[in-house]
Design a protein. Structure first.
Ligand SMILES: C[S@@+](CC[C@H](N)C(=O)[O-])C[C@H]1O[C@@H](n2cnc3c(N)ncnc32)[C@H](O)[C@@H]1O
Length: 203
């Protein structure tokens, strides 16, 4: 089964796993401690899924868009946004890496999506081109792990990341003031997995 189909099928029950909700909220906390969130900001959540991060940020920013390759995930996001009367734009992306991300944005966030992207340096170059000058990225994902985080490794291109790789790729893409810290530690099947938050500004 393709990665996109797998996420389509998982969408309806995605939020029923407490660990994901707790992780997303910890990432939002980590983002807000690094980036001043204001009603002036146009924000994109790349790989937004059901919007656990998107909808927590929405009331704190000017506008927010959620982009994802899974129409199933975006459908759940749309239902939740409507129930909460939170306006947001949804962007269905082509799994091949194409599709317009919209913008330009002041802030692009992403949580637990980078490890599903084969060519992360290319994604960082793509993100920088959708930011306003001085705009910020805040990207959370697994630190390097032993491969045990996913039982089904379909569409998993990285077993987390060494922080030095993320730093180098961001700098190569033209980001400055790169900062990497620990957003949270998530617990799964008796094991701890640390999650980084990388923040950087378009140079
Ligand atoms: C582990 S989920 C995380 C979802 C959400 N950010 C959260 O924190 O709950 C990864 C998400 O990335 C999406 N995704 C996978 N490959 C992608 C790609 N190439 N471009 C954009 N989104 C992608 C999946 O459809 C899924 O919604």
């Amino acid at each position: 089964m393709s990665d996109t189909k797998r996420f389509d099928e998982a969408a309806a029950t995605w939020d029923s796993v407490d660990r994901r909700v707790v992780l997303a909220h910890a990432v939002v906390e980590a983002i807000s401690s690094r980036v001043p969130l204001t009603k002036e900001l146009a924000v994109l959540d790349f790989g937004c899924g059901t919007g656990l991060v998107t909808l927590a940020l929405a009331p704190q920013v000017g506008s927010i868009a959620g982009a994802d390759t899974s129409s199933g995930m975006l459908k759940i996001l749309a239902e939740k946004a409507e129930a909460k009367r939170l306006p947001l734009r949804q962007i269905l992306l082509d799994p091949s890496g194409g599709g317009d991300l919209g913008g330009p944005y002041d802030l692009i966030v992403s949580s637990m999506t980078l490890h599903h992207i084969a060519d992360v340096p290319a994604l960082f170059s793509r993100l920088v081109s959708h930011l306003n000058p001085g705009g910020t990225v805040a990207l959370a994902d697994l630190d390097e792990e032993d491969g045990s985080f996913h039982e089904d490794r379909t569409g998993v291109h990285h077993h987390g990341f060494p922080r030095a790789h993320i730093q180098a790729w961001l700098e190569q893409a033209g980001f400055r003031q790169v900062h990497l810290g620990t957003a949270t530690v998530t617990h799964k099947e008796g094991q701890d997995y640390s999650v980084f938050l990388a923040t950087a500004q378009r140079g």
